[in-house]
Design a binder for this molecule. Structure first.
Ligand SMILES: O=C(O)c1ccc[n+]([C@@H]2O[C@H](COP(=O)([O-])O)[C@@H](O)[C@H]2O)c1
Ligand SMILES: Cc1cc2nc[nH]c2cc1C
Length: 362
């Protein structure tokens, strides 16, 4: 499967594309898959959440034999004006520098994609330290960076639209390649500040509850980051809709992820959500279009403070809890083998009748 560039849809329509209906889960196939799980040679329910995952994938893929051979990973990279407030342990230049590392195969997600045999689509939405055209990096530049949301809205309406559309464009490429699962990843110095601010605004939570160390701030750095988010929330308290909250407090990669998640739900591609930033993007996606929630599976609980609370707000039960806090889609990629095994068990195990094994007596 090869990543390829696609055109962005014409958006001049009465209702925005992201509010269009999402596909519905096939409940008949879900019931059939649940019934098959009950017939396999094991005490019913003994494979726990692997059973649930296989049933859910069968229903989403609309097939009795779910499969994850063709996995698509899109990593969206972008810079954040709020980095100027000193909210990250790393310099802003890293975002642009990592683009080369993604394309060159040395980044964690590049290693994981190779290992999984997955397609890796790297999208540059705008980096201050822009490396220019690089083979293997798709340029969908919105601007060099968002604005510092302590002083102004992070994005203009046109920038938000372009970022959402860039996510949808990656999903069209994934669909054209026959992807059976979409993994979104992100890279952006200071994006845990944007994600925490947006989550606070969407969930009406205090910054101290959802703000963590990101790439590795010390306690004083986290206190400064909380104060920055408090200032931003005070400035943008007038915002009305969740779309407007995303525009004022989000980032290009966060919006692209939200657009991608909605587009996956509209095109029938299941999603595996990565860590803190991706989960906040998933929350934003559900606020833009509540129907997309059914299509989102959650890979892991990140080490980042605030992730657990956002997952709880979404009633999401992630598969893994490994203390990961890298981003890039890495936690989701790590969970793919588990989901593949869930599918293999579902498709390959013998039933009690086939194996001549006695069923339960009680
Ligand atoms: O995925 C996560 O849960 C996660 C948690 C902490 C940090 N990150 C990554 O670290 C970067 C943001 O950290 P920071 O400290 O610059 O806000 C960004 O590139 C993310 O991919 C990612
Ligand atoms: C090196 C580095 C790699 C990353 N990947 C995702 N976020 C990151 C942040 C840093 C600092």
């Amino acid at each position: 499967m090869k990543a390829k560039n696609v055109e962005i849809d014409d958006l001049n329509e009465a209702s925005p594309w992201w509010s269009r209906a999402c596909l519905r889960v096939d409940e008949t196939i879900a019931a059939q898959a649940r019934a098959r799980q009950a017939q396999l040679t094991k005490p019913p329910g003994s494979l726990g959440r692997l059973e649930d995952a296989a049933v859910r994938l069968a229903a989403l893929q609309r097939t009795p034999q779910p499969s994850l051979q063709r996995v698509w990973i899109s990593v969206f990279a972008a810079d954040h004006g709020v980095a100027a407030e000193g909210v990250s342990a790393f310099p802003q230049a890293v975002t642009g520098e990592m683009l080369r590392n993604f394309a060159g195969g040395g980044a964690a997600i590049a290693v994981l994609a190779r290992s999984l045999g997955a397609s890796l689509d790297v999208v540059n939405l705008g980096t201050v330290n822009d490396p220019g055209p690089i083979k293997g990096v798709h340029r969908a530049i919105v601007a060099a960076s968002t604005a510092n949301f302590c002083e102004a809205a992070a994005m203009s309406a046109a920038q938000l639209e372009a970022a959402l559309a860039a996510g949808a464009a990656s999903v069209r490429a994934a669909r054209d390649a026959g992807a059976q699962l979409f993994v979104g990843g992100e890279m952006g110095i200071a994006n845990t500040t944007a994600a925490a601010a947006l989550a606070c605004a969407l969930l009406q939570r205090a910054p101290a509850e959802l703000t963590g160390a990101g790439t590795g701030l010390d306690a004083a750095g986290v206190a400064r980051k909380i104060a920055v988010i408090e200032r931003a929330l005070a400035l943008h308290a007038v915002a009305g809709s969740d779309h407007e909250r995303l525009r004022r407090l989000g980032g290009f990669e966060i919006a692209a992820l939200a657009g991608a998640y909605v587009a996956c739900a509209q095109s029938g591609i299941p999603v595996l959500v990565d860590g803190f930033i991706c989960t906040v993007a998933a929350l934003a996606a559900q606020r833009l279009n509540p129907g997309c929630g059914e299509w989102l599976l959650y890979a892991h609980r990140s080490h980042e403070r605030g992730h657990a609370a956002v997952l709880d707000a979404l009633h999401a039960q992630p598969l893994l809890d490994l203390g990961l806090r890298l981003g890039e889609g890495s936690g989701a990629a790590v969970a793919v083998p588990l989901l593949r095994l869930a599918c293999d068990l579902h498709n390959g195990m013998a039933t009690f009748a086939q194996a001549g094994v006695s069923g339960a007596t009680a």
